[in-house]
Design a protein around this ligand. Structure first.
Ligand code: CP3
Length: 344
């Protein structure tokens, strides 16, 4: 059995497990109802409500793991950079980090003290799950979190980030070092609180040239992954990262998360047999009819060749307008089409 599946003891082995990213996103009416009562940050800071959101997709969708309800940017909120989640805009950092002097001013704070509500959410979600499916914790990888801090929000070309990298490599390494150490502590606390696997999101790393990834990012991601407790599976995910797969594997992770821009079979061949893969249906494919969704699920399972170590997932988060019954149709199709040892 693949080590990832073996370590996640409550994952099924007689079919391909499936979960989705942003499974508790805005496409779920129950989530939207909670959001009418709480702002996004309030919801994250209220462990009972955040644990409830964490559990929602398990019953609603029949997925094989629950994903902690939190955000990759919670860990930078205590750095006093003015984090806000404004409507329509996504996350915004009001006081972005643009220079070595800005980096020097950043405090290095322990997440155990600054975001204890996240770990309380993990404990309550674990209790609520009662062992039905494993709980996956997560964090942003140093590059992706740094890109939000430097850009001040989402970006197309990541120019401010790349300028800091190139104009002041010392400041860049200091920033990624700080984020890497903080994130290692943050994930370790999630694991201590009960997370059974963790996913590291390097969502925007595909913006980088391979040489820059290797010299300016990989050492920090690798140090972070190496600092985590042994025996807890790590999923390492990037988008648009087809040019970086081998380097991401070197940085670490038991499973590499793929987006939909690459053929899963050839990506796995490049990565090698000793690592699992997660992916990789285009989130937009969920707007197709359920029979077409089923056909596409079948195509991905075929490319994975029924090898254990494949976790079915979307190539990125569920889009807010996605019909819930189409997400459910995808989950059911994965379970039915991948069932081993049963009549097809
Ligand atoms: O699967 C889950 O629902 C778990 C929770 C989760 C959230 N964010 C909740 C969230 C996870 C795993 C994340 C990760 C995250 N956050 C990433 C990495 C994954 C990815 O998508 O690449 C990134 C880059 C972020 C930063 C972030 N937070 C963005 C870009 C946005 C909003 C963008 C938009 O579409 O407006 C958020 C807000 C956010 N995080 C929401 C949720 C459910 C929506 C908030 C709302 O209710 O308004």
């Amino acid at each position: 059995m693949h080590p990832f599946l073996a370590a996640c003891r409550c994952l099924p082995t007689d079919y391909t497990p499936v979960w989705v990213m942003r499974q508790a996103g805005r496409y779920l009416p129950e989530y939207r109802a909670l959001r009418a009562r709480y702002s996004f940050l309030e919801l994250c800071r209220t462990p009972d409500a955040a644990a409830e959101v964490t559990l929602l997709p398990v019953d609603r969708l029949g997925v094989d793991a629950a994903i902690l309800f939190a955000d990759i940017l919670l860990v930078v909120e205590p750095l006093e950079v003015g984090l806000e989640f404004s409507k329509g805009e996504g996350p915004v950092i009001r006081r972005p980090i643009r220079s070595g002097a800005d980096v020097d001013k950043l405090p290095e704070r322990d997440p155990a003290d600054t975001v204890p509500f996240v770990f309380e959410t993990v404990r309550r979600a674990r209790a609520g799950l009662g062992g039905r499916v494993p709980l996956i914790g997560f964090a942003g990888a140093p590059f992706t979190v740094a890109s939000y801090l430097v850009e001040g929000g989402a970006s197309r070309d990541f120019l401010a980030t790349k300028r800091l990298m190139l104009e002041d490599p010392g400041a860049w390494h200091a920033l990624l070092g700080l984020l890497g150490r903080t994130t290692a502590r943050y994930l370790t606390e999630q694991i201590k609180a009960g997370a059974e696997a963790v996913q590291l999101f390097d969502s925007w790393v595909g913006a980088l040239a391979p040489d820059d990834y290797r010299s300016l990012v990989l050492p920090h991601t690798r140090a972070l992954i190496q600092a985590l407790p042994a025996g807890v599976p790590v999923i390492h995910f990037g988008t648009g990262a087809s040019g970086l797969l081998e380097a991401m594997r070197e940085a670490g992770g038991d499973v590499i998360g793929l987006d939909w821009r690459i053929d899963l079979g050839s990506a796995w061949a490049r990565l090698g047999a000793g690592v699992g893969v997660q992916g990789n249906l285009d989130p937009a494919a969920l707007f197709a009819s359920p029979p077409e969704i089923r056909r596409r699920v079948g195509g991905i399972l075929e490319r994975a060749g029924r090898r254990p170590g494949h976790v079915f997932n979307l190539g990125h988060g569920v889009l807010p307008e996605t019909p819930v019954d189409h997400v459910r149709a995808m989950v059911d199709a994965v379970h039915e089409l991948s069932a081993r040892g049963r009549a097809p």
